[in-house]
Design a protein around this ligand. Structure first.
Ligand SMILES: [Zn+2]
Length: 273
């Protein structure tokens, strides 16, 4: 999956740092992150080469012994020798940890951008020096990075898996049932509710599989396998979904992508492991 970057090691322990010569600097613009214009062999820019562009930067995380900083404020983005690369385009890069690095920087950049002012009193927020937290010195409000739990559910019935396609979304391929947890709800309750809402069936024997940070949507995806309980008759939520159907293992055509939890769960079922 995208976060499995071994042999590289991601360290998100927060401390105040200043960039050194080997530090990388992340310029995020929309859904794109700046890289060297060397195609799939490129890396992120070094701070020492682009420091004149950076008005304010903040330490993000380390990977191995390299520190990554976010260009939090900048006037312009260098054009010559660099290019803004779409988050998903990093999947094709030679260095496989770059996609994870780019999307994690993207999530933190969104969080900083969305928390410039206090939601309680409207005064500017200040960065904590001790931890990754924004605080309001006026009213004491504190804000931590947003991480929303959500479930991915593989509903099985013997050799069949319940597969769906989203309605009105760019992503047109098969997916599994998924949804965010509501306030006051356990993950297990989210599974039961989402399955009932999206396809109208009951499930039992929930088994936690794995989880995955999914920075594209500020979420932490939690994967469950479970079994059909009772009738297999699907009552599809037509606003959410365009397709919901039972597929036999042998009918599933998904190929391993090494990126998403959904993909890994479907392949695991298909291969009967
Ligand atoms: Zn405040």
């Amino acid at each position: 999956m995208i976060q499995d970057i071994l042999p590289h090691v991601y360290d998100n322990h927060y401390e105040e740092h200043t960039p050194d010569d080997d530090s990388y600097i992340m310029f995020v613009k929309g859904g794109r992150v700046l890289a060297e214009a060397k195609g799939e062999a490129s890396n992120f820019p070094l701070y020492k080469d682009l420091k004149d562009y950076v008005k304010e930067c903040v330490y993000l995380f380390s990977i191995d012994d390299k520190k990554y900083f976010l260009a939090k404020e900048y006037d312009s983005i260098p054009e010559e020798g660099y290019e803004l690369v779409g988050l998903r385009d990093y999947y094709t890069y030679k260095e496989k940890h770059m996609a994870f690095t780019a999307v994690t920087a993207f999530q933190l950049n969104n969080w900083y951008r969305n928390n410039k002012f206090c939601g309680r009193c409207g005064k500017p927020m200040t960065r904590s020096h001790k931890e990754r937290m924004m605080e309001c010195r006026e009213c004491g409000n504190t804000v931590y990075p947003k991480i929303s739990p959500a479930v991915i559910v593989a509903v099985t019935d013997g050799d069949r898996l319940l597969m769906t396609k989203y309605n009105n979304r760019e992503y047109k391929r098969y997916a599994l049932i998924a949804g965010f947890s509501e306030v006051g709800e356990t993950l297990e309750e989210t599974v039961h509710r989402e399955v009932m809402e999206e396809v109208g069936v009951k499930v039992k024997n929930l088994q936690y599989y794995k989880c995955q940070p999914w920075s594209f949507s500020d979420s932490l995806l939690v994967g469950f396998f479970c079994e059909l309980d009772g009738s297999d008759k699907i009552k599809m939520d037509e606003e959410e979904l365009s397709v919901a159907e039972w597929l036999h293992r042998d009918e599933i055509e998904m190929v391993y992508d090494g990126i998403s939890l959904t993909n890994e769960m479907v392949i695991k079922f298909k291969e009967n492991k």
